[in-house]
Design a protein around this ligand. Sequence first.
Ligand SMILES: [Zn+2]
Length: 309
Amino acid sequence: MVWPIRSRIISSVLRSKAPLVASYVHGDSLVSSITRPCPKFMNWVRKDGCHASAAASLPSFKEKQPEDIGNENKGLDVGNMTEIDGYLNLFGLMKQRFLNFKNQKYMKELDHYESLAEAQYPKFMVIACADSRVCPSNILGFQPGEVFMIRNIANLVPMMKNGPSECNAALQFAVTTLQVENILVIGHSSCAGIEALMKMQEDTEPRNYIHNWVANGKVAKSKTKAATSHLCFDQQCRFCEKESINQSLLNLLSYPWIKDRVRKDLLSIHGGYYDFSKCSFEKWTLDFKECNVNEERSSYVVKEKEFWC
Ligand SMILES: [Zn+2]
């Protein structure tokens, strides 16, 4: 299955008349650019030649372009470049990262990882957006064994009445089996899922899975529209990004096995908001005793608000 993909990519490159500029790792050095036609490049395609020193990050296409390419790069087929880049680097770098993890963490903390192999006792259940820019383990430093996590579009928690989903299945396992002590719903700035929610019409197509999913946030959307009619669309989206988090916190209470543990002070529910344009993080906790979880007129109160920047 690999060869046809590689053939398609290479054929695409050769058909293009644009100069090919890409970064890649070869031997001991990070080669900043190559220009068509380039036999080295073709040889390298067939090699697994990633080097540890250059494997610190998975560079994006944008990062790897020389700053002064200027007009030289006009006509470049970015889509194909990304595919080529992906074929060349991603798994080599991934392998190197895995081996770095194994050598630098796993082997150095062998007792810890051996105990994790036996059982997990995470204190947190995290529900975060699937957005590639919002990795909770990365930005909040969660370590293996600390968090039971699920990520979905727009970090939404559906109400219990909406039926089964992978989100509430994970919640049930985390709360009833793992007995986590905290649930943290993490939203973020410029969330495309929330934007889709804010833009969607009422009559969605049954097979528009994105719309059908983000419709779980329609209560938050209604509250946003009511509160922010004087604001521009982008500002409304920012508002809804936070409102939907709080609505998800309330939705968590629609599950009796969650509500019961919250009532007994065995479980706390928190919201978080990561603004990646400012690199700030807001954290707050749902004040269960002050919340109204009546389905028709739900309202929430939060406490212990913190702003990290
Ligand atoms: Zn998002």
